[in-house]
Design a protein around this ligand. Structure first.
Ligand code: GUN
Length: 292
């Protein structure tokens, strides 16, 4: 078993971005700028946004964090997004999900200028992805692709099973793995909550991407020996013995599954850091595209 170390691979990408940003600044070009919007007081969301903003600063990317109360009316958020769309200083806009119930996720995603949509959630970017054309790819699946590339993992001709059909992870992941190219050419099965005989599908897979959000769902008896396992899950599970009062659990029962795999991502330190690296890559890309 070999670890797909997202912390290490993510750091290598972030170091490369830092060099590219420094080079831009030395040439007198504009510093990339990410505007991140956080609404309310969800602990996990605050942690994720904090990590994204910190990673930006370390890479030399300017970031602005806009934090609003959870009763923010939808129209005020849409107005803010509109002003960020029109702000030539801002290259990338990110609205952390989930949103409070008075705000429609679709309205927010549609309001972001596709050229600044570094999360890759806008239908224009999702459509470009479907067609295999350049656009912003959602950070989690993009990060997984970068991780597979970094470790030279062969995917062509393999059976891939993606568990979870969200627009953020599962669905774009299934598209990327089935595309022609270095980290594609898989035969993909997209499983979800209504899939019959889920364990049987997983047992057939050479590559498993677990993104269902159920801690330790994937067990050793579901895994074909030698398979590649990517764990997207990151659930906070109560644990009074921890200082924070919780621990992070993936969707894969790592201790029993890992010995069977050829490659596996740990949680934490696997997909999470790659998601951040991919977001920075998208933000740099958004800035570079303005130079053209
Ligand atoms: N919530 C969970 N994952 C994400 C993500 O990748 N981007 C945003 N904006 N919100 C999220």
């Amino acid at each position: 078993m070999q670890l797909l170390d997202g912390k290490k691979a993510g750091q290598a990408i972030r170091d490369e971005i830092r060099l590219q940003v420094a080079q831009r600044l030395a040439e007198g070009k504009k510093q990339p700028h990410l505007a991140a919007i956080l609404i309310g007081h969800n602990g996990a969301s605050a942690t994720y946004v904090g990590a994204k903003v910190k990673a930006c600063e370390e890479a030399g990317i300017h970031s602005t964090l806009l934090h609003y109360e959870s009763d923010l009316p939808e129209h005020e958020l849409l107005e803010k997004i509109e002003s960020l769309n029109n702000d030539t200083e801002v290259d990338g806009i990110l609205v952390q999900l989930p949103l409070p119930k008075q705000i429609r996720e679709t309205a927010v995603i549609h309001a972001i200028d596709p050229k600044k949509d570094v999360d890759g959630f806008h239908p224009v970017n999702q459509g470009l992805l479907m067609q295999g054309q350049p656009g912003f790819i959602p950070a989690t699946p993009y990060g997984i692709i970068l991780l597979l590339k970094q470790y030279g993992v062969e995917t062509a001709g393999k059976e891939a099973v993606v568990i979870g059909r969200s627009n953020i992870v599962g669905r774009p992941m299934s598209v990327l793995l089935s595309q022609p190219g270095e980290t594609g050419n898989c035969t993909v099965t997209l499983c979800h909550s209504k899939t019959k005989n889920l364990a049987e599908h997983i047992r057939r897979a050479d590559i498993v991407v677990a993104a269902l959000g159920q801690p330790e769902f994937v067990k050793a008896d579901m895994i074909k020996p030698g398979s590649i396992v990517i764990d997207v899950g990151i659930t906070r599970v109560e644990n009074p013995s921890k200082k924070s009062g919780f621990e992070l659990k993936g969707d894969v029962d790592f201790s029993s599954v890992a010995p069977l795999c050829s490659w596996i991502t740990p949680v934490p330190g696997g997909v999470g850091p790659m998601t951040i690296a991919a977001l920075l890559q998208n933000t740099l890309q958004a800035c570079l595209q303005k130079d053209l």
